[in-house]
Design a protein around this ligand. Structure first.
Ligand code: XLS
Ligand code: NI
Ligand code: NI
Length: 439
C-alpha cells in the first residue's frame, strides 16, 4: 500500500529537466571534492514539520490534506505515520531523519505510560530503519509543548518540572541510542524568560548547566557515542532565549566547563532572528571547532518570526557550503530540513516539491562553493589582504615578540602606516555572481 500513490521515486534528471518531481542538480553519487554529494550533505527530514505540521497559525487551524491521518493522536495512528514517513524518505532518497519524542509518539497519562507508548513506536521506527537503511541523524526531547513546561524545563522555577524533564531526556537518550542516532540535540524550547521581574537569571543558567552535566554523565553511563548539540535561537517562544546565538552558546559552554561534550546545531532562521547572517554564526562556530550540524531553512526578511521556509536562495546555500567545505565536512552532523511548507501548500505532493527545491539549492551551492575553492579567488584575495601580517612588524605582533613600547618606537621611526588598500567588496560580489550564474 502506498501513501503517495501519484509520486514516483525522485530521480536526478539534470539541469534541463522540466519535471517538477525530479532533481535537476542533486545527484547523490556525483563526486565533488572527492566525495559523493550525498555524503557532503547528509540530508535529513524533520518529523515534526513533515509528518506533524498541519499548517495552523494564530488565525486559523491547520488545513493540510494528509489522507493517511485519521484525526486522532492514537498509538495506531503514530505507527501508521512511521510507515508514511519512511515511504516519503525512500521516495525522496534522503538517508536521515530527525524527531522529537513527542512527534513520533503521543503522551500517556503519566511518565511510565508515556515511555511504554514510546517504546512501542520505537520498535516500528527500528524496523523501518532496518528495512530501508535510513538512519536517525538526531533525536531530541520536546520540552516545550506540554503545559508543564510553561515556565521552561531545565530552567523552570519548579524543581519537579526539572526532574520530569531530566527523566524525559534520559528516556530520549536511551531511545536515540537504541535507534543508532548519530547526534542528540538540545534546543532550549522555553529556556528563557518573558520578564526579568519574575526571573532569577543566574539561578536558571546554573540549573541549565547542571542539566547538561547530568546529560553528559548519563550519556557516558549508557555508552551513547552520538554527538551532543546545542541549537541556538534568540527568541520565540520566549522573549529572550538563553541560547541566543552561537557566541552566547559558546560562552555558556565555556563558563560551565561543557565545551568538550557539545557542539552547535545552527539554524538559518535562528541566526537571522539574532540579527546575524547564517554565515556569521557558522564562522563563529566553525572557527572555534564547534560547528556540528545545520538546520537548513530560511526566514522571511519581511516577517520577524521563525517562518521555517525551505532554503532556495543560492547565496545562502553557497555560503553554508563554503564554511562546511572549509572545515572538512559536517559528519556526524548533517543538513536537517527544519522547514515546513506554507499553509497554502496543503497537498502531500507539496512536501516533495519543498524538499526537492531545498536539495537542489544545496547541490548548486555545493558546486559553486567547490568551484570557488578550486579557483582560489576569494582565498587568494583574503590572503593578500592580510599580507602585512606575514612578515615584518605584523609577524612580530602575531608571535608576541613586541609590545606597546616597541610598537611606539617602530612607528616613531616610520612616521606613518603604509597606505590602506581597497576592500573591493563590489568586485568580490561580482565574482560571486559570476560563479552562481555558471552553476
Ligand atoms: C525551533 C527549533 C526546533 C529544534 C528541535 O525553532 O528549530 O525545531 O530544531 O527542537
Ligand atoms: Ni531547528
Ligand atoms: Ni527553528
Amino acid at each position: 500500500m502506498s501513501f503517495f500513490p501519484d509520486v514516483p521515486t525522485i530521480k536526478y534528471e539534470g539541469p534541463s529537466s522540466r519535471n517538477p518531481l525530479a532533481f535537476r542538480h542533486y545527484n547523490a553519487d556525483e563526486i565533488i571534492e572527492g566525495k559523493p554529494m550525498r555524503d557532503h550533505f547528509r540530508f535529513a527530514v524533520a518529523y515534526w514539520h513533515t509528518m506533524r505540521g498541519q499548517g495552523a497559525d494564530p488565525f486559523g487551524p491547520g488545513c493540510a490534506v494528509r489522507p493517511w491521518e485519521d484525526g486522532t493522536d492514537s498509538v495506531d495512528m503514530a505507527i501508521k505515520r512511521v510507515r508514511v514517513m519512511f515511504e516519503f524518505l525512500e521516495k525522496l532518497g534522503v538517508g536521515f531523519y530527525c524527531f522529537h519524542d513527542r512527534d513520533v509518539a503521543p503522551e500517556g497519562a503519566n511518565l511510565r505510560q508515556t515511555n511504554a507508548i514510546l517504546d512501542q513506536v520505537v520498535k516500528v521506527l527500528k524496523e523501518e530503519q532496518q528495512r530501508t537503511g535510513i538512519k536517525l541523524l538526531w533525536g531530541t526531547a520536546n520540552l516545550f509543548s506540554n503545559p508543564r513546561y510553561v515556565h521552561g524545563a531545565a530552567t523552570s522555577c519548579n524543581a519537579d518540572v526539572f526532574a520530569y524533564a531530566a527523566a524525559q531526556v534520559k528516556k530520549c537518550l536511551e531511545v536515540t541510542k537504541e535507534l543508532g542516532g548519530e547526534n542528540y540535540v538540545f534546543w532550549g524550547g522555553r529556556e528563557g524568560y518573558t520578564t526579568l521581574l519574575n526571573t532569577d537569571m543566574k539561578r536558571e543558567l546554573d540549573h541549565l548547566a547542571k542539566f547538561f552535566h547530568m546529560a553528559v554523565d548519563y550519556k557516558k553511563k549508557i555508552g551513547f557515542t552520538g554527538q551532543f548539540l546545542i541549537e541556538p535561537k534568540p527568541k520565540e517562544p520566549t522573549t529572550h532565549q538563553y541560547d541566543f546565538d552561537a557566541a552566547a552558546c559558546l560562552n555558556f559552554l565555556r563558563q560551565y566547563g561543557l565545551t568538550d561534550h557539545f557542539k552547535l546545531n545552527l539554524e538559518t532562521n535562528h541566526a537571522t532572528l539574532a540579527g546575524h547572517t547564517m554565515m556569521h554564526d557558522m564562522i563563529v562556530a566553525s572557527s572555534a571547532g564547534m560547528l556540528g550540524s545545520v538546520d537548513a531553512n530560511r526566514g522571511d526578511l519581511l516577517l520577524g518570526w521563525d517562518t521555517d521556509q525551505f532554503p532556495t536562495d543560492l547565496y545562502l546555500t553557497t555560503s553554508i557550503m563554503m564554511v562546511i567545505l572549509d572545515q572538512g565536512g559536517l559528519a556526524p552532523g548533517g543538513l536537517n530540513f527544519d522547514a515546513k511548507v506554507r499553509r497554502e501548500s496543503f497537498e502531500p505532493v507539496d512536501l516533495f516539491h519543498a524538499h526537492i527545491g531545498g536539495m537542489d539549492a544545496f547541490a548548486r551551492g555545493l558546486k559553486v562553493a567547490a568551484k570557488i575553492r578550486a579557483d582560489g579567488v576569494l582565498k587568494d584575495f583574503v590572503k593578500q589582504r592580510y599580507a602585512s601580517w606575514d612578515s615584518g612588524i605584523g609577524a612580530e605582533i602575531e608571535q608576541g615578540k613586541v609590545g606597546f613600547a616597541e610598537l611606539e618606537t617602530y612607528m616613531l621611526n616610520k612616521g606613518n602606516p603604509d597606505k590602506n588598500v581597497s576592500g573591493r567588496q563590489e568586485m568580490l560580489e561580482n565574482i560571486l555572481n559570476g560563479y552562481i550564474e555558471l552553476a
